[in-house]
Design a protein around this ligand. Structure first.
Ligand code: GSH
Length: 220
């Protein structure tokens, strides 16, 4: 299988969902072609490859599309299982990694969006909710180095760490400090950034903030 790999990633630089896959492909040392999409003028290829949701990221492996970042992450982990396994081997441990990745997906994007784009009371409420979410995640981290254990990043680390590139935007838009509220989570994020596959896959937080300001100007 690994001899005939043609891998294309339809991506958008500021997308936390796309970042997950950049990290996984880097950790596993997979060569691929990243194609940047304009989400306001989607390419015919994206519309064809993800005709249901019309969203990035999409992984095209030997001509076949896989959609939805967590499903793609699992796919990558299964196809290239020899190097840097992300999901644990025991079924119970796997279920827990998937549970937390699902929690991240259900909670962070939508609450985070209300934090950077919201105003007044709704923004305040979203900020409190986001802090609660991060505290819950901190509880799950406990004293471990990574969510995946003390040695290596796991599935949940890869699912979560992209959102840390948005922390500066959350903080600046809603005037609070995530480090003051959740120091262990921020320390974890810093440890992850020491891994090149992570730091090379995440945009600078100030670049994300400039993009956030652009979106706020455009959509109010
Ligand atoms: N659940 C999806 C995943 O995990 O892949 C979310 C993907 C997603 O929201 N992608 C956004 C997108 O393509 C960019 S961050 N938006 C374009 C649109 O909604 O039209």
């Amino acid at each position: 299988m690994e001899g005939t790999n043609n891998v294309v990633l339809l991506d958008f630089w500021a997308s936390s969902f796309g970042m997950r896959l950049r990290i996984a492909l880097a950790l596993k040392g997979i060569q691929y072609e990243g194609r940047e999409e304009n989400l306001f003028d989607k390419s015919p290829l994206l519309l064809e490859m993800n005709s249901v949701h019309k969203k990035i990221p999409v992984l095209i492996h030997n001509g076949k599309p896989i959609c939805e970042s967590l499903i793609i992450l699992e796919y990558i982990d299964q196809v290239w299982h020899d190097k840097y396994p992300l999901l644990p081997s025991h079924p119970y441990d796997r279920s827990q990694a998937r549970f937390w990745a699902d929690y991240i997906d259900k909670k962070i994007y939508s609450t985070g969006r209300r934090v950077w784009s919201g105003k007044g009371e709704d923004q305040e409420e979203a900020k409190k909710e986001l802090i609660e979410i991060f505290k819950t995640l901190e509880g799950e981290l406990g004293d471990k180095t990574y969510f995946g254990g003390d040695e290596n990043l796991g599935f949940m680390d890869v699912a979560l760490v992209p959102f840390t590139s948005w922390f500066y935007s959350y903080e600046t838009c809603a005037n609070f400090s995530i480090e003051a509220e959740c120091p262990k989570l921020v320390a974890w994020a810093k440890r992850c950034m020491q891994i090149e596959s992570v730091s090379n896959s995440l945009p600078h937080p100030h670049k994300i903030y400039a993009y956030v300001l652009e979106l706020k100007n455009k959509f109010g």
